[in-house]
Design a protein around this ligand. Sequence first.
Ligand SMILES: Cc1cc2nc3c(=O)[nH]c(=O)nc-3n(C[C@H](O)[C@H](O)[C@H](O)COP(=O)(O)O)c2cc1C
Length: 226
Amino acid sequence: MSEYPTIPLTTYREYPVDEMRQRVTDFYADMGRRRTVREFSDRAVPRDIIETALEAAGTAPSGANLQPWHFVVVGAADTKKKIREAAEAEEQEFYEHRASPEWLAALEPLGTDSSKPFLETAPYLIAVFLQKYGRLDDGRKVKHYYPTESTGLATGILITALHQAGLATLTHTPSPMKFLNEILGRPVSERPFLLLVVGYPADDAQVPDIERKDLDAFTTFIEDQT
Ligand SMILES: Cc1cc2nc3c(=O)[nH]c(=O)nc-3n(C[C@H](O)[C@H](O)[C@H](O)COP(=O)(O)O)c2cc1C
């Protein structure tokens, strides 16, 4: 086996089984309250909360530990306006021409359309970029392994951290999102992954009345008989 530097695992914590049960139950109950919000308040959110949530996202596991993600946090009104205008142009094309009838039918229960006022109302937009490859200081390319899976995991942790902090999010994917590279000045090595809208919900925010699948419908256990 090759030699590589190690440190003792001091961060792991074991809990008594009853406490494990309580912790996971509490976590599930809390995550069960998360909803995608599409009506935001313009109330300001302290920037340090966003920073800490991003630090949490940066703890995600990643293929070969290459951490192939980049987050652009947009709080500036003029940049939010540019993003809204570009997103609405793409979305109008999508709803009127590009979306298949099946796709439009799947979106119908959500009541979404090409109008995206939340892109200006919400205090923060976080554009998540996936780094297809990295660059060494001398300019050479570094291959990234599983960048999609890795960036998805980091984004999941980010959404979870923001929810835990008491903020609402909207996972937004205007299609296509290439305009984000231009507006936000990101290199061609990065692919826009999604745009997270972050803030407090509007006082009168409504959400679609939709169901989550039961555990049995999305899980299979294979175990030895006891
Ligand atoms: C990858 C992904 C892309 C999404 N894109 C959009 C979007 O562009 N616009 C939108 O309004 N919601 C979007 N959503 C939100 C979903 O519609 C929402 O998560 C789903 O309806 C379940 O609702 P919930 O998050 O409240 O549980 C997206 C979610 C994911 C995970």
